[in-house]
Structures are given as C-alpha cells and as structure tokens.
Design a protein around this ligand. Sequence first.
Ligand code: FAD
Length: 482
Amino acid sequence: MNNGNYDYKHGVIYYNYVIIYYNYVIIYYNYDIIYHNDAIIYYKDVIIYHKDAVIYYNNIHSAIFAAAMTNNLESKVCIIGAGPGGAVAALFLAKTGIPCILVDKATFPRDKICGDALSGKVVSVLNKLNPNLINQFNDLPIQLNSWGINFIAPNLKELKIPFKLNYDTRESPIGFISKRLDFDNFMVEEVRQQPLINFIEDVEISDFILENGAWNLITKEGSLGIKTKLIIAADGAHSGFAKKIGGINLEPKHYCAGLRAYYKGVAAMDADNFIELIFLNDFLPGYFWIFPLPHGMANVGVAMRSDIISKKKINLKKMMMETIANHPSLKTRFKDAVLMDEIRGFGLPLGSKKRILSGNNYMLVGDAASLIDPFSGEGIGNAMKSGMIAANVAEKCIATGNFNKDFMHQYDTEVYAKLWSELQLSARMQQLVKYPKLFNLVVNKANKNKVLRETIICMFDDLDIREKLKQPSFYLKLLFSD
Ligand SMILES: Cc1cc2nc3c(=O)[nH]c(=O)nc-3n(C[C@H](O)[C@H](O)[C@H](O)COP(=O)(O)OP(=O)(O)OC[C@H]3O[C@@H](n4cnc5c(N)ncnc54)[C@H](O)[C@@H]3O)c2cc1C
C-alpha cells in the first residue's frame, strides 16, 4: 500500500483519510484502497460525495460499484442487450415518454447467429411502434420479401405453403429475410434517434446487486456504474442475468443447438423467396434450412435439440457438411456454391416449458426468457413482443412506484396469455415431427388435397386450425380422405 499522492488516469488521489478528486466525484474514506488489475477497489466504510448525492457504502460490492462512480449513470429503467427484444423495449418506453439506459456489450452493427427469417409477428410489432417503419425497411436493399415456406418431408416430397392464400407480390409482404447484422442495426438506428434512450455500446454488464430497492450494475471493465430501479434483461440466449438472478438454467430437452453458414450461389432458389425447411431423418425433430438473402446469398443451417445431440453423440457441423455433400438434391444445388464465412453456432432456448419471467425489480425478455418457438425456431418476433409487453409493464411500475415481484408478475401473465397456446402447440408439433412416416403422410396428402393444403396455409394465422392438429381425429380424417 502506497502513501501519498497518486495521479490515476484523469484524477488525483490523496489517501489515508484524505480526499480523492476523481472526475467530479470526491470520495472520503476511512480504510484502505486496493489496486487490482489497474482498477481501484475500495472496501469498508466508503463515503462518496457526488455532485448530486451523498452515498455511504459498507460492503465490497457496493465499493466496487463506487470505484466505477467516476462515470456513474442513473435511470429508472436499464435494459441489458440491444437485440430485437431490448431495442423494442427501449423504443416503446421512449414512445410513452419514459427515459431509459440501453446497454450492449457489442458495437453495432454486430452479427448474431440466426436464420435471418423475420415473420409476420415482427411486422406486427413494428407496425405498433411506428406504421412507417416497415415501409422504410422494405425500401432498403438489406432485405428480401418472403412469401411462404417450402416444407420438404423426409421422403423428399415438397409442400409449398404461402403465408397468405392467393398472395400478390405487389402487396406488402408478410415475411422478410435480412441478415441480423443489418436488421438489428436498422432497429438500433431507430434507437439512436431517440433522445430519451441513453444507448451505450461496447460495455458488458458483469454483475447486478439489488440493494434497498435499486440495482447497482457493474461492468466488466469497471469503467461505468449504472444505478436503476428496474432491469429489463434482454441479453440473449446466454443471459447471465437469467441464470444468476432468474434461476433459469439450460435444460437440454428445452434447448436447441443451431449452426449457421452463409453461402453464395446456391442453385434453384425459389422465385418468391419461400424459405425452405428440409426435414431429414437424421435431424428430426430439428431441420436443415436454406433461406434466400439479398445479393445471391443464402443462409444455410441446421438446428437440433441438445438432449438428442448428446444422446446420439452427434457432431452437428460434420453432419451438416456431409448432408450438403451427399444428399441427392442438395449436392447438386451446392455444386457451385461458395461458403462465405466460417460456420458458427449458437443456442436456442425453447419456450416449450413455462418459466418465471420476472421478480423483484426485473423482467426477462426474448431469449433471456426462453421464448423461442419449439417447432419453427422463430424467436425474433417473440423477443420483440415480450419487449413491447415489458415496456408496458415498466410504465405501470413507474406510475405506481411498485417494483415488487407480486406486481411484476403481471408481465409473466401477459406474456404467456399472448404466447403460451402457440408455444404449446408448437411443442406438440415438434413431438409429431419425430415420426417421419406421419410427416410424409401429411405432405403427400396435402399435395393431393386442396382443402388440406389451404387448412395448413391458414394454420399459420389461425390458432383454432392449429389446435385441430392436436386431435387424433384430424389424422384419422387425413388418413381416409382422398
Ligand atoms: C442458429 C439460429 C437460427 C435462428 N433462426 C431464427 C430465424 O430464422 N428467425 C427467428 O425469428 N429467430 C431465429 N433464431 C432465434 C433468434 O436469433 C433469437 O430468438 C433472437 O435473436 C432473440 O432476440 P433477443 O433480443 O432476445 O436476443 P439477442 O438478439 O441475442 O440480443 C442480445 C443482446 O444482448 C447483448 N448482451 C449479451 N450479454 C450482455 C451483457 N452481459 N452486457 C451487455 N450486453 C449483453 C448481446 O451483445 C446482444 O446484442 C435463431 C437462433 C439461432 C441460434
């Protein structure tokens, strides 16, 4: 331990019962200072005289926070993660006039491993935020309009299902495909235009301490302290907050591993940009996908449930490359295709099980709340929807001054009221897809039977029709129909 003056970055520190002038902060302390990895840690009886407040700290965590006080920020709401879930939460808060801090460990534009398919749910949330947004997005060269899905059954029979009956490509599209590098940045550009959102990039939140009804957030670099009443944790599939505070741990039966590869020059892509879900025996109940992208690119990938990967000891990347090389139709389509980037993987926390999504002074949003559709792997729409609901609940918390877990529980109620029946149905469909013969049967019949085909088309919009898929009678009728 040194004695005397010390010039540390921008400040002058006098210690042993003296004063530290440090970026507008004056600190009196009674005990010692430890220098550790170039950061200063104060412990025991630290008093900070900030220009706006006098704060007394008496434990090491608070003192670490105090060390970051040189650059302290405070807001009623802090959102961790500026992916689609976090960005939408911040934008809806700004729309209602509530300021917030939005912090992300990345600098945007940043990549996110994904299939890059944006469903009708994304469009519906964007329209609620600002009806002009979707037109602005549609005018940019970073996206393709998508008009449907092509399901390919294990017997290689195709079933083309448009998102809408008798669609017209001159109308507004229902789905889009856009690299997440571009789509997430499009959302972040909206964020940047909102003065009520204090958007901080390149700062990773590493710890969270709830004390006297407020959170102290500590950053990995120790460079910044954030104090807030309410955390909206939208920090994705590997959320540290969901694990540490929310008690949500990875459950292999309710989790998928996914791989993404960007290719150029894949042959025989659909003229109306239908996305392709290829259900191959080896990957069931997961699938192989090819989604078209602008500039002749394609997003190619596979996803499989983590428990099946461990049980069958599968090397997913090897299996994906072998499928591309050997599958009878894929090998022709990929003959001249060029891999543009390394193949990268990421987790998909599935919403096939209900979780506790909130607690004292926090809500979990998007992948942090495990809300990915267990059949389709779609998570962007649910992340945005939960972000919108979180902003709405935050508004009520602020209005009433109530951040207690019983009050916050309305968030869980609302999220599951909107999403649970759909998630549950998709979980059942995921189970059915395990049986290749049944899958082949549905595809064969639907190709022959116009009514069944139209039923499946409507299924994407109409939950009542999807409900029929749960009933054994549906399959009996299917079996005996022409
Ligand atoms: C292989 C694969 C394919 C997929 N395909 C599709 C698809 O085609 N369509 C679809 O709808 N969904 C798809 N998904 C799911 C989709 O990617 C997610 O559901 C979606 O990204 C969730 O959004 P989010 O905002 O919750 O989290 P994310 O988009 O993951 O954003 C989280 C943000 O938090 C930041 N962050 C994390 N930790 C911290 C921290 N400690 N401090 C500060 N910031 C932090 C990250 O930098 C990131 O920007 C796919 C997922 C995978 C893995």
